[in-house]
Design a protein around this ligand. Structure first.
Ligand code: KIV
Length: 285
């Protein structure tokens, strides 16, 4: 049985930190669940770490559905949250509900996540009324990167801090079961965490949030030359993989791989018979 929003709410009530990480494919989903993460996010960050774009904007609903199908297929316990991509919930409440419904019905997600505060509260309310749990996402909202003028910490001025407080209140009031706080100044993230009943899930927003979410590739150092400041690199998997792959290429070139250890032989008598067939074939020529 998968964990549900009730389990997440119980963790928050018990003061138990909620670890979450992204998953996009069978490997990341399997490893993330095996690590004990109660929630996995099929994030639109896949636009950058899987598809190679420089933002999340090109990601389509079909892409998230496809990756969510994979993540749900290989997991049993974790609650799977699927991101709603750019322009799949902005046009109308009807569009928002239909997009969320497809992530649940076709992708197999257990909840959806969408970016924005007061402005998207009506969409959150509408989706929740359709019976779909919603995780909100405020602070740095990467789908608005052009409007925000870059990937920068939010809420450091009076006006933007006040707006973030209004956004937090609005998404809770609209029925979100949790809210991601991305790159929110840490003291403000703490204030929001203490103010809300629903759990805050921080990314780059300091240690006081109820939970934390991180991108799989950032935690593992899968891009050896890039890592955001807010992520802790738990291992240099990218460098280790690069070194192993280079060794493989060199071994093949130098005929060190494969050896008979990685191959399968044949019984001598069978081989002799086949060789004799070959000899007969030549005799007919
Ligand atoms: O797309 C994503 O991975 C996210 C997290 C960074 C919160 O939205």
């Amino acid at each position: 049985m998968r964990l549900t929003i009730r389990d997440i709410q119980k963790m928050k009530a018990a003061g138990e930190p909620i670890p979450m990480l992204t998953a996009y494919d069978a490997t990341s989903a399997y490893l993330g669940e095996a690590a004990g993460a109660p929630m996995l996010l099929v994030g639109d960050s896949l636009g950058m770490v899987i598809q190679g774009h420089d933002s999340t904007l090109p990601v389509r609903l079909e892409h998230i559905i496809y990756h969510t199908q994979i993540v749900t297929r290989v997991t049993q316990r974790a609650m799977i949250v699927a991101d709603m991509p750019f322009m799949t919930y902005h046009a109308s409440l009807e569009q928002a509900t239909i997009s969320a419904g497809r992530l649940i019905q076709e992708g197999g997600a257990n909840a959806v996540k969408l970016e924005g505060g007061e402005f998207v509260a009506p969409a959150i309310r509408q989706i929740v009324q359709a019976g779909i749990p919603v995780m909100a996402h405020i602070g740095l909202t990467p789908q608005s990167v052009y409007q925000l003028g870059g990937f920068r910490v939010q809420g450091r001025e009076v006006a933007s801090a006040r707006q973030l407080l209004r956004d937090a209140d609005a998404v809770q009031e609209a029925g979100a079961f949790a809210v991601v706080l991305e790159l929110v100044a840490a003291p403000l993230a703490q204030m929001i965490t203490e103010r809300l009943d629903i759990p805050t899930i921080g990314i780059g927003s300091g240690p006081h949030c109820a939970g934390q979410v991180q991108v799989f590739h950032d935690l593992l150092g899968l891009f050896p030359t890039f890592g955001p400041r807010h992520a802790r690199r738990y291992t240099d998997a990218g460098a280790a993989i690069q070194s192993a792959l280079t060794q493989y290429v060199e071994d093949v070139k130098a005929r060190r791989f494969p050896t008979m250890e990685q191959a399968t032989g044949m019984k001598d008598d069978i081989l002799a018979a086949i060789r004799a067939d070959g000899a007969d074939d030549h005799a007919d020529d």
